[in-house]
Design a protein around this ligand. Structure first.
Ligand SMILES: Cc1cc2nc3c(=O)[nH]c(=O)nc-3n(C[C@H](O)[C@H](O)[C@H](O)COP(=O)(O)OP(=O)(O)OC[C@H]3O[C@@H](n4cnc5c(N)ncnc54)[C@H](O)[C@@H]3O)c2cc1C
Length: 1110
């Protein structure tokens, strides 16, 4: 007999009592003291992040955060960062994480065995109990950490008796745990502390410009920003204040700030560090705006990082009478916690603006219906924690909801949080899936590939009906300069807005909306699935389906002709709301006329449908044809991973680190009364909760799932406006369910992370695609979770219609079915009965009502943005408000950041741009008179005289003085000569240049003759092959001129190099002379003539590499 121990039908059953209790250990300090210790994070040898975006780690298991040592330390740069840390370098070494000691029954924390067996039996008796060694955890003195927080409250293991369906299981009264007062460490700058701004101080001295430029560009890409263009919001903010040249300077500063952040997201980026990214103090204004914009919008200083608190205190008289405003966040999922955490950080960093204006930062209260954090990120602990193969301190859990981190690289904010801040171990998924047919036989790999190609072709053909993404107006910087980390000459002139308003032509790139991503081929619908559907941008509708299918390796039917193609137009245009499924099924039907598809091919094709249904949580028959993959192009890169010990560590971290957020558990809201006109503090919003509590607030952030909004279980008074309500109704909210099977021992190949299972049609061996829709998603994929859960665990997915089947079928029936299937797959081996099972039923969960959002046939372009739009004091976050990354953990988190910026703005107003933003260039003649004029001092000018740099022992020279010397050198002799390139030395490339178009013509002629289509084109690869063949078979006399040309080019390059060496030597001599003369004519104030004379400025000699030393 099988027992299922919990279902999401009953939230209390799934809600994990361990969470609120052992979460307290997360208040282990992430103090600035500890994170500034350079030696605190052990370096990992051999992990080179210089190979950007690729991890060289051989193992697929990654422990904790790390900081690469491959890059040398750069003096003043990022004090808190580990030497050598580099963008995205939170790789794979073991670092004690603040989350590494979650509850396990036998774990010992503070020398105390956390849970006694007796407490377990108490709980089985449904008695709420909070006990550690018999003491109340709230009061046990030895459980206080050094901040005075409770270090560990014993988790009361919930009685999840298999038969007892834990609805009667006691919940730990969360209200026992009062939120701690936020205390920030003294080592963070306090309000009023004099700060020092120094141009160039955040620019490394020992990187070439090109390398520095490359790192900055990558940092922007890792922040989901186009390195070369302003974000549309930056564009709006700056267009009236900056010239086109200053756009490049701003972007260089912005990207350099992001580089600092990514080097070590355990340490916030300060304004001083940001200003140090400017090459000249004239640009401190740009640095300030960039810093503010990035931090407000959650591109830097986000997540679990300790931040400086600038909040001052109010005069006593005022403090008493000024009421404090309140923000309510509904939901403690990733979006709610992300929002609240970021708001908390913003009000700490910008709190002085409020206290200066006479009010304290608002209170932030999170109202959560469940007794735990995480929402749809929920790692359910197993009944038995014994025999775990996880590292000590990690508990054995299964993911009820989110499971996969879909790549850490290229902008996933989970990268900074999981790898950079919390140091949670993770397991990189290996791409070694195999597919089992319904009868248990393994599908032959070749057949699998062949069918997948066909499937992708139909998918590509259906993509013709995709909506075009809307372009946003912005302005582009100078890519060439930025690639080399250089600023343009800033000669002033008209602002971007003035140029745009006049008829004067902008530079060619000025209004480009291109992003770096868009230049790449589209990457497909990877989303949550381990398998990717690669949609190549090069789909050529001129190539017939018959030709395509043959080029894949299929044999054309005898009665089919080469000119036959698919007609999807008829089906796509036959309905007002066409779906992807119907269109693709029509494509598959038509393919049956071209090739001899067999029932096994149909099962394979249906398996791919099921995989799409998993990614979208709905049958393909309910996905919009034009918009189902509207987020395409935003996928992250890097291996897909699973968090070891449970994904829920991430929301717990957000809740707890660096200090606890005020979450009120077991507080489902049922009504929101709001007034868009209300001015009185605390009166714009009134929230009624099911437990009778009432909260008043000024702003409210609703993060409840779309399913909850659709259900109407929360009423709004007045009702939501039509534009919002209609979008809620048009959007889709889908379903995915899981069946978790825990075994005593593994009977499958444990080195595979997943394996697929094909399903039979409703009518055996049917060739009709629609006959597969009901069953294709049943147990269609098994995750082998042994590495992440610490036990032999399989998780079977129920996707598409099968997800609904799981909701309506008893646990016993489901477990029997899945065991029968496994029996067939692993015969003749015996498949044992699972010792523990869990079935999720997300649809029945009143606080989810499904799994995640999808684009339904009636969903309109831009509906995700409509979902995100605020209405008066109502703000909306959650995965269904994130059009760029919907249905994901990171999307939910990003929506939280977005809404935090939006809400913060209602308190502190928009970013103010100082006027002028960039000071006029100061000519030498004006300099002396200006020096005398204290009034003209810019606000970021160093208030402290230059200090000695303790680390290097080098004298910190005056930036301005150095800048003046550089200016004099450049004025007189220009830039140092650049090393000449070595172009055109490959004879084949020279040959290709001449023969490309000839070969192209020949290939195209062949295509035209073959297809009868006078417009037929030839694929690039084919032309390349043709050129290669021609070169290989060419006579020696044909090749000789190219070989000679290459040899001459080599000789020229040698001569040029000699010439370069000569010119550079002259330049260096001249530069030294100008430096000498300048020092003589303008002796430096500090009397460091000797040192300054012997140093070099922006251009360092030697090794043909441009180096910088300050
Ligand atoms: C089965 C499944 C598998 C998934 N797999 C992945 C994956 O592999 N990778 C991935 O990136 N994403 C995955 N997702 C999606 C991901 O989990 C979600 O997109 C994300 O967690 C949503 O976060 P959220 O904050 O928007 O919503 P939620 O996490 O749902 O948070 C909303 C919160 O609001 C609370 N709430 C609801 N109603 C009320 C009320 N009336 N009063 C007060 N509080 C209320 C809820 O309890 C909840 O805590 C999966 C989801 C599911 C269900």
């Amino acid at each position: 007999m099988f027992h299922s121990i919990a279902t999401t039908a009953d939230p209390t059953a799934l809600d994990d009592l361990f969470d609120q209790t052992h979460d307290d250990i997360l208040s282990l300090p992430m103090s600035n003291d500890s994170i500034h210790l350079k030696g605190g994070i052990a370096p990992i040898p051999g992990f080179s992040n210089l190979e950007y975006g690729r991890e060289s780690s051989a193992s697929s298991v990654h422990y904790g955060d790390s900081h690469d040592t491959s890059e040398p330390s750069t003096g003043r740069e990022r004090e808190g960062s580990t030497p050598g840390a580099f963008i995205n370098g939170y790789g794979s070494n073991y670092t004690p994480s603040p989350l590494q000691h979650p509850f396990t029954p036998n774990s010992t924390i503070n020398g105390i065995t956390s849970i006694q067996k007796t407490s377990l039996s108490h709980l089985n008796g449904d008695i709420p109990h909070t006990s550690i060694n018999g003491s109340d955890a709230n009061t046990h003195p030895s459980l206080k950490d050094h901040r005075g927080n409770t270090a560990f409250m014993a988790g009361t293991p919930q009685s999840l008796g298999r038969d007892s369906h834990a609805s009667s299981t006691p919940e730990l009264p969360q209200s026992l745990e009062q939120p701690k007062k936020h205390r920030r460490t003294n080592s963070l700058p306090a309000k009023g502390k004099v700060t020092e701004m120094k141009a160039n101080s955040s620019v490394p001295t020992d990187l070439s410009w090109a390398e520095f430029g490359r790192q900055c560009i990558l940092a922007a890409e890792n922040s989901r920003l186009n390195p070369f263009t302003l974000h549309p919001a930056e564009y709006k903010l700056l267009r009236e204040h900056v010239t086109h040249a200053q756009v490049t300077i701003y972007l260089n500063i912005r990207n350099a700030i992001l580089r600092l952040w990514h080097r070590n997201p355990l340490v916030y980026v300060s304004l001083e560090e940001a200003a140090g990214c400017a090459r000249d103090k004239r640009y401190f204004g740009l640095a300030r705006v960039a810093h503010l914009w990035l931090l407000r919008n959650g591109y830097i200083n986000f997540g679990c990082v300790e931040l400086p608190n600038t909040t001052g205190s109010l005069p006593k008289s005022k403090a008493k009478v000024t009421p404090r405003r309140t923000i309510i966040v509904v939901g403690a999922g990733m979006s709610g916690l992300g929002c609240a955490r970021h708001l908390d950080g913003l009000f700490a960093q910008l709190g002085d603006q409020l206290t200066d204006a006479g009010e304290l930062p608002p209170k932030i209260i999170i109202l959560e219906a469940r007794p735990r954090v995480g929402g749809r990120v929920y790692s359910h602990p197993f009944l038995s924690q014994t025999g775990s193969t996880l590292p000590p301190g990690y508990r054995c859990t299964a993911e009820m909801g989110a499971q996969i981190v879909t790549g850490f690289e290229h902008g996933n904010p989970m990268n900074a949080i999981i790898r950079g801040q919390l140091g949670i171990p993770y397991h990189g998924l290996r791409d070694n899936t195999i597919l089992y047919d319904y009868d248990g036989t393994v599908v032959e790999r070749g057949q699998d590939i062949l069918v997948e190609k066909l499937y992708n072709d139909v998918l590509e053909r259906a993509a013709v009906y995709r909506n075009k993404p809307a372009a946003h107006r912005t302005v582009e910087g100078d890519r060439n300069l930025m690639a080399f980390g250089r600023d343009p000459t800033d000669a002033g002139g008209s602002t971007v807005a003035e140029l745009e308003n006049s008829d004067a032509p902008l530079s060619a790139n000025a209004t480009s909306t291109a992003s770096t991503k868009q230049e790449k081929p589209t990457t497909g619908v990877e989303k949550l699935a381990g398998r990717a559907y690669q949609l190549s941008a090069g789909f050529n509708p001129d190539i017939t389906a018959a030709e395509t299918v043959q080029s894949m390796g299929w044999k054309l039917k005898i009665d089919a002709s080469n000119t036959q193609s698919l007609d999807l137009d008829t089906i796509a245009k036959s309905s007002e709301f066409p779906t992807l499924g119907q269109t693709m099924d029509e494509g598959l039907r038509q393919y049956q006329n071209l090739v001899d598809l067999k029932p096994r091919d149909m099962r394979l094709l249906s398996w791919h449908h099921a995989n799409l249904e998993y990614a979208n949580a709905v049958s393909v028959n309910q996905l919009s044809l034009s918009g189902w993959d509207q987020d395409i192009g935003n996928e992250f890169e890097g291996e897909h991973s699973e968090v070891i010990g449970g994904y829920q560590q991430v929301p717990r971290g957000l809740w707890q680190c660096p200090s606890k957020l005020d979450v009120r558990f077991n507080t489902p809201i049922k009504a929101v009364h709001y007034n868009t006109e209300e001015q009185q503090i605390g009166k714009a919003v009134r929230v009624e909760c099911s437990n009778g509590e009432v909260y008043e607030a000024d702003q409210i952030v609703i993060t409840t799932p779309l399913g909850v909004l659709k259900s109407g279980s929360i009423t709004f008074q007045p009702p939501l406006p039509d534009w919002k309500q209609d979008a809620i109704e048009r959007m889709g909210f889908g379903l995915l369910n899981k069946i978790v099977l825990v075994y005593e021992r593994a009977f499958w190949e444990t080195d595979r992370d997943m394996f697929g299972l094909l399903n039979e049609a409703e009518h055996e061996a049917s060739m009709r695609p629609e006959d597969y829709s009901a069953k294709r998603g049943r147990f269609y994929l098994f995750w082998n979770c042994i590495k992440t859960s610490g036990k032999p665990v399989l998780v079977a997915l129920m996707a598409g219609d099968a997800a609904h089947y799981a909701e309506a079928t008893s646990d016993d029936q489901l477990i029997k079915e899945v065991t029968d299937r496994l029996d067939a797959m692993f015969a003749p081996n015996d498949v044992p009965l699972p010792s523990e099972t869990i079935v999720t039923r997300w649809k029945r969960d009143p606080f989810a009502r499904g799994s995640y959002s999808y684009v339904g046939p009636k969903t309109q372009t831009g509906d995700y943005d409509v979902m995100a739009r605020p209405h008066g004091p109502l703000h909306f976050a959650g995965e269904a408000t994130c059009g760029t990354h919907p249905a994901t953990v990171h999307g939910a988190y990003l929506s939280g950041l977005r809404v935090a910026a939006e809400v913060a703005e209602t308190f502190i107003g928009p970013i103010k741009i100082p006027s002028p933003l960039v000071e006029k260039r100061v000519m030498k003649a004006e300099l002396s008179s200006m020096n005398a004029n204290v009034e003209t001092k810019r606000r970021f000018e160093p208030a402290v005289p230059p200090q000695r740099d303790n680390k290097s022992g080098r004298v910190q020279r005056d930036e301005d003085y150095e800048a003046a010397i550089i200016g004099a050198i450049l004025d007189q002799i220009g830039e140092r000569p650049i090393k000449p390139g070595r172009a055109g030395v490959n004879p084949f490339l020279l040959y290709t240049k001449d023969f490309w178009y000839i070969c192209k013509q020949e290939c195209e002629d062949a295509h035209k003759a073959k297809t009868g289509n006078s417009e037929a084109k030839a694929p690039k690869q084919e032309i390349r092959n043709a050129v290669g063949l021609r070169w290989r078979t060419a006579a020696q006399e044909v090749k000789q001129p190219y070989l000679d040309q290459a040899s001459n080019a080599r000789d020229d390059a040698t001569a040029n190099a000699a010439d370069f060496r000569e010119r550079v030597a002259t330049w260096d001599e001249e530069a030294a002379r100008i430096r000498r003369e300048y020092i003589q004519a303008n002796p430096p104030e500090g009397g460091n003539e000797e040192l300054i004379l012997n140093s070099r400025t922006a251009i360092e000699l030697g090794a043909g590499k441009r180096l910088r030393r300050l």
